[in-house]
Write a protein that binds this ligand. Structure first.
Ligand code: HEC
Ligand code: HEC
Length: 443
């Protein structure tokens, strides 16, 4: 226990122990010594003669001096170790104070200084902003409402360094640059304070799952309404649940197929191998009923373009031009009345056609990721700053988020323990990521 305690505390304990043990030993020998002295001098030694009498020497002054010494000794002997004992607590207390002050200042910047709240919503719950869409040459095209992702899950997607990159440079002209490197108004310390605030508003796994499922249910409802030729309002909850259960059942079928090919995969210890074997089957549709396979891919497509919570859980907001400002399939934007569709948007909304993130169509993910497994792992981890991925993935700025759980290893600023709930929870489950991988590999 002593070893586990922090150094100042250990030293405090050691000093305190030495003082007490030393005190006891002293007392013991003193008392014994005093006893053996009693009556030891029967005759007065020759060199000893009467001097000042004891009564005169041992007066009030001596009592006072001895008393004062005792008090001083007590203070030094007890309060010093006690002070050491309290030291770690004091340090922690100060760290906590700093964290609280930074968090409060960050909140003030979020609400007033930079007004992040007007676009990203209260407590970072997601929102939108009005945006003038312009052509590459700066001509006005249309006024659109552009979704701003939720920030109460942002640390599940990105490391703090990666968030800082977006804060410094902004994104796509719609998220302003806040940091000095991008010409923004906030100082480095203010950005650190914003980060403390962001840490304090991250939401737990259950709420994330609820939000993902709610967005998904909305997407399924719209899909069923379109395919049945009816109204969205006419699609009941039960129909939505049934459709989802069917889609998820396809993955179960793939598990069974994988186990019948290799019985050892049924062993719970081989759960990972089973996942990857089933994912290979799902990616190629081998041995699956065609219609079921297509429904599974549609399920992946709906997750890819999950409309819930300002599109925060979607892939489409970065990989589909127009998704974030609600461009629909029929919407064709033309520059200044001229008959020129703006670049990248010639055919309206092309899912996975590329925007902030690269084009994923035309089997490009198959050539980037040799196996469905490495593809899924990339989506779980995201792209780290400067790291390469796949067959030729660039070392970018880490702007492809990770959708699996995220352990915080880089903290921006003093990085004080702020009751961080790390690892930050995953935003998509393995099962959901698998469906998206299958969709992407067949785009
Ligand atoms: C004028 C509106 C607006 C303001 C103000 C604003 N943002 Fe943004 N922010 C956006 C939009 C829109 C996006 C998404 C950009 C896109 O779709 O490419 C975004 C993206 C982000 C992202 C990337 C998140 C992700 O998951 O991709 C972060 C982080 C962020 N903003 C933080 C902030 C912070 C912190 C502030 C305040 C200091 C702030 N924003 C102020 C509009 C805004
Ligand atoms: C915040 C924006 C953003 C979101 C959201 C996003 N991506 Fe990406 N994605 C990127 C960027 C940027 C890259 C390029 C990274 C690089 O080159 O360093 C990328 C790269 C990729 C690649 C590699 C493509 C290639 O050929 O190199 C795949 C696959 C991918 N993303 C899939 C997804 C999936 C699946 C989702 C949703 C679960 C998703 N992305 C969500 C921004 C995003």
């Amino acid at each position: 226990m002593l070893l586990a305690a922090s150094t100042p505390r250990t030293i405090g304990f050691v000093i305190l122990t030495i003082v007490f043990v030393g005190g006891l030993v002293y007392l013991f020998f003193n008392i014994r010594g005093a006893k053996s002295e009693v009556g030891s001098e029967i005759e007065l030694a020759a060199n000893r003669r009467d001097d000042v009498r004891d009564e005169d020497l041992e007066g009030k002054r001596l009592d006072f001096a001895l008393g004062a010494n005792l008090v001083m000794l007590t203070i030094i002997g007890i309060s010093l170790p006690l002070y050491w004992l309290g030291e770690p607590g004091r340090q922690q207390g100060r760290d906590k104070d700093t964290a609280r002050i930074f968090t409060n200042r960050g909140e003030e910047i979020y609400l007033e200084g930079a007004q992040c709240v007007t676009c990203h919503g209260v407590d970072g719950s997601g929102g939108s902003t009005s945006f003038a869409l312009t052509s590459e040459t700066g001509e006005f095209i249309a006024q659109v409402s552009w979704q701003a992702p939720a920030l109460n899950t942002v640390l599940s997607r990105f490391s703090e360094d990666e968030v800082l990159h977006t804060l410094n440079y902004g994104r796509n002209g719609v998220m302003p640059a806040w940091g000095a490197p991008g010409g923004g108004p906030l100082t480095e310390q203010q950005l650190q304070e914003v980060m403390f605030y962001l840490r304090s508003i991250q939401i737990p796994a259950e709420r994330i799952n609820e939000q993902v499922e709610a967005g998904l249910a909305q997407a399924v409802r719209e899909h069923l309404a379109v395919s049945n030729g009816g109204e969205v309002g006419e699609v009941g909850d039960e129909a939505v649940s049934r459709w989802l259960a069917e889609a998820r059942g396809v993955r179960e079928t793939a598990h069974q197929l994988a186990i019948s090919a290799d019985a050892s995969l049924a062993d719970p210890e081989n759960a990972d191998d089973l996942r990857w074997a089933a994912l290979d089957i799902l990616a190629d549709g081998e041995g699956l009923d065609r219609e079921a396979w297509e429904q599974y891919q549609k399920y992946g497509a709906l997750l890819f373009a999950n409309p819930g919570t300002a599109g925060s859980y979607s892939c489409a907001r970065c990989h589909t031009y127009g998704f974030s400002f609600g461009a629909d399939e029929e919407m064709t934007l033309r520059v200044n009345g001229r008959d020129t569709p703006i670049e990248g948007f010639e055919d309206g909304l092309t899912q996975g056609g590329g925007f902030f993130g690269p084009n994923l169509r035309g089997g490009s993910t198959r050539s980037q990721f040799e196996s469905a497994k490495s593809h899924a792992e990339f989506i779980e981890l995201g792209q780290a700053v400067g790291a390469t991925y796949g067959r030729g993935g660039s070392g970018g700025n880490g702007q492809m988020p990770g959708f699996g759980p995220r352990v915080e290893t880089d903290t921006v600023g003093p990085g004080i323990d702020n009751d961080l709930e790390t690892p930050y929870p995953a935003t998509l489950t393995e099962e959901q990521i698998d469906a998206i991988v299958v969709y992407e590999r067949n785009l």
